[in-house]
Design a protein around this ligand. Structure first.
Ligand code: WT7
Length: 653
């Protein structure tokens, strides 16, 4: 085992020595083109944080200049005090006086194959009209508008229309059920709801409006509901409450100037699940969020006017907010958007679209990459992926072998991979390799962006030494940081600012190696404690995934009389492999060889599917209960597919 650790620290057992320098051709053209340039930027920001962000903020449009960059009353931040700007203006109007006016802002593909393209000018017009629709329905600055929609352009249009007039949007992912919508509506005090008659998913229609009807019966603050036509299916319209999007738009004037808004005007609420109990409404505001979205978009994706950039995330998640809508549009990029499932009508659908639309940058999640590996290379090999120049990953740690597959199969060993670590709370990317500047190591999110100061601390709240695991904290405020939990300051303080004094506690474990590279080790709550050694989930899982038979793995602790906890793992197999006792023994031997005896699982459960959140993260909390033979406790509303739990239980019998 590597390194000496103090009690309470997490042992690092992952061995990863591969390192990939930025391709010379990429670095030559990149905004940040060398390690020295990156370090100079980071040092500049660290030396004078306010000066650094203050200078960057000149890139936004200001109706009224700010007088102070940061007002920090821990844990409450105000960025760009006294200034007035407008996110919708920065995303749209700002480009209309340049040749970008006629450039595609959105290229949208529906699951059935329909395509719609909006230039900046066209998108501006739609947003202005819809902002007038909202005003016509009595929506004013500070009102909350709830959005429950498929991945259609109207979702982005509605968000930008809210931003234009100072209304606050609350997007609820289209996979949530009525009760979850209603709970969020009540918590936010939403006044208006926007939905669609349906959406397409694997050739079937998702009945969004029916869910909304059930939700609105329990959402007393919602007065009106605007329904966008997508599938053309029959829906019940409640007279006096429900209105058709297209009918309202027909009458709406196209003139609607962006309202000058104070920097800290709330922009949106986005609910994220706590590990237990009721969802937290993460609050983001106007100027700081917008600036952070723009700068991270430019640094991390090195975005250029000629790019066809595709972030596959649903807009219902923070990744979609920041990197489908606000980041790309503020940066004047072309954002590609797809409505449907990656495996419909066939498992090569994504790669077919990459070929057809000559996608240059692809940003997706490890769960999708692992699914593609499981489906087999033949789906990828059929298509020409030579347009790609940069790949990204987000949402979970990416196991080094999945990283290698992404690098070889999708990137054809030409494209840098940006493994981006961040959270709903951080608003934008915090740590990632700048693709022209920082050499990548599979499984590491590498280094912090300029202005971001991470620190790994031990139980004594002091920074730990290189190589040792501990709690990941952020030591200084940044413009994209959450401004609070909607309506619950006490929970905001308790959750993020009470355990480690004066630092933002993000809830992940991490370690920083001798080269200053960060390795995320998983959620604090998921740590295993075997015979006094604290092990992280990702390391055991990555060892398993490096075996050809294993497609996905989840490691959890199970109570053990002697060791405290023993390691239990749940694995799904790649196509062509059978769950046998011989394979079970082989996998144990593999973990012993890769990590050591300490991490060898006592139990290996073969399963056909792992329980995941609707955003694709493995829910280890539920597996812990199953491994221990307990009833599953706690909130399961974020579980994507409830039948997975039932199946896991059946497999145990
Ligand atoms: C949590 C945040 C970031 C937007 C999408 C998810 C995990 C996220 C990585 C990564 C390892 C990662 C962390 C984090 N996570 N990205 N690159 N490597 N872990 O946002 O739902 O708020 O989840 O996702 O545990 O805290 P979110």
């Amino acid at each position: 085992m590597r390194g000496m650790t103090k009690p309470g620290q997490i042992v690092n057992v992952m061995k990863e020595e591969r390192c990939f320098p930025p391709p010379a051709e990429f670095a030559a053209k990149a905004r940040v083109g060398s390690l020295a340039e990156y370090e100079a930027l980071w040092n500049e920001a660290n030396h004078d944080l306010e000066g650094f962000w203050g200078k960057a903020a000149h890139e936004l449009h200001w109706f009224k200049p700010y007088t102070k960059v940061l007002e920090w009353n821990e844990p409450f931040a105000q960025w760009f005090v006294d200034g007035q700007t407008n996110v919708s203006y920065n995303c749209l109007d700002a480009h209309l006086s340049s040749p970008r006016r006629n450039k595609p802002a959105l290229i949208w593909v529906g699951e059935p194959g329909d395509v719609r393209i909006y230039t900046y000018q066209m998108l501006h017009r739609e947003v202005c009209k819809f902002a007038n629709v909202l005003k016509g329905q009595g929506i004013e600055k500070g009102d909350v508008v709830a959005l429950y929609m498929p991945m259609v352009p109207e979702l982005a249009i509605a968000m930008l229309a809210c931003a234009r007039i100072g209304a606050i949007h609350s997007v609820v992912f289209g996979g949530f059920a009525a009760e979850a919508i209603a709970e969020r509506n009540r918590n936010a005090g939403a006044k208006l709801m926007i939905t669609a008659d349906g959406g397409w998913r694997r050739g079937r229609q998702i009945a969004l409006k029916a869910n909304v009807d059930a939700a609105l019966a329990k959402s007393p603050t919602v007065q009106k509901c605007i329904v966008c036509r997508r599938t053309g299916s029959q829906v019940a319209m409640q007279p006096g409450r429900d209105l058709w999007w297209d009918e309202l738009m027909e009458q709406a004037p196209a003139d609607c100037p962006a309202v000058p808004l104070d920097s800290e005007t709330p922009l949106f609420i986005l609910y994220t699940s706590g590990s237990t109990g009721k969802p937290k409404g993460i609050l983001h505001t106007t100027a700081g969020y917008n600036l952070f979205a723009k700068k991270t978009m430019e640094w991390v994706f090195d975005i250029r006017d000629e790019d066809a950039y595709w972030c596959t995330a649903d807009i219902g998640w923070i990744t979609g907010h920041t990197y489908v809508v606000y980041g790309p549009l503020t940066a004047g990029a072309t954002s590609f958007m797809y409505e449907g499932a990656p495996d419909w009508p066939h498992r090569g659908r994504w790669w077919e679209m990459v070929e057809k639309h000559r996608i240059t940058i692809l940003y997706t999640a490890p769960t999708a990459i692992r699914a593609c590996i499981q489906w087999g290379d033949q789906w990828v090999d059929k298509y020409d992926l030579s347009s790609l120049r940069l790949l990204g990953s987000v949402g979970e740690g990416i196991n080094p072998e999945a990283w290698m597959w992404y690098h070889r199969k999708i990137g054809r060993e030409r494209c840098p991979i940006v493994d981006t670590w961040w959270q709903t709370e951080t608003g934008g990317i915090m740590m990632t390799p700048l693709p022209g500047a920082i050499a990548t190591k599979p499984g590491s999110c590498t280094k912090p962006l300029p202005g971001i100061v991470p620190q790994v601390v031990g139980k004594d709240h002091q920074p730990v030494s290189a190589g040792a695991g501990g709690w990941l904290t952020i030591a200084r405020p940044w413009p994209g940081m959450l401004r609070g939990i909607w309506g619950d300051d006490a929970r905001y303080k308790l959750q993020y600012w009470s355990q480690v004094p004066h630092k933002y506690l993000c809830g992940d474990n991490a370690r920083c190696d001798e080269d200053g590279y960060y390795w995320i080790m998983g959620r604090i709550d998921d740590v295993l404690n075997v015979a006094g050694h604290r092990l992280s989930t990702i390391e055991i899982e990555s060892a398993l995934v490096s075996h050809p038979a294993v497609a996905e793995a989840a490691a959890v602790g199970r109570p053990h009389e002697v060791k405290g906890e023993s390691v239990a793992v749940f694995v799904t197999l790649s196509s062509g492999f059978e769950p046998t006792e011989a394979l079970r023994q082989e996998l144990k031997g593999h973990v012993r060889k890769e990590i050591g005896a300490l991490a060898v699982p006592d139990d290996i459960h073969f399963t056909v599917a792992l329980p995941k959140t609707r955003s694709g993260k493995i829910m280890r909390r539920l597996l812990r209960d199953i491994a221990a033979g307990r009833e599953t406790a706690g909130d399961t509303s974020t579980l994507e597919d409830h039948s997975v739990l039932a199946r896991l239980r059946a497999e145990e019998e």
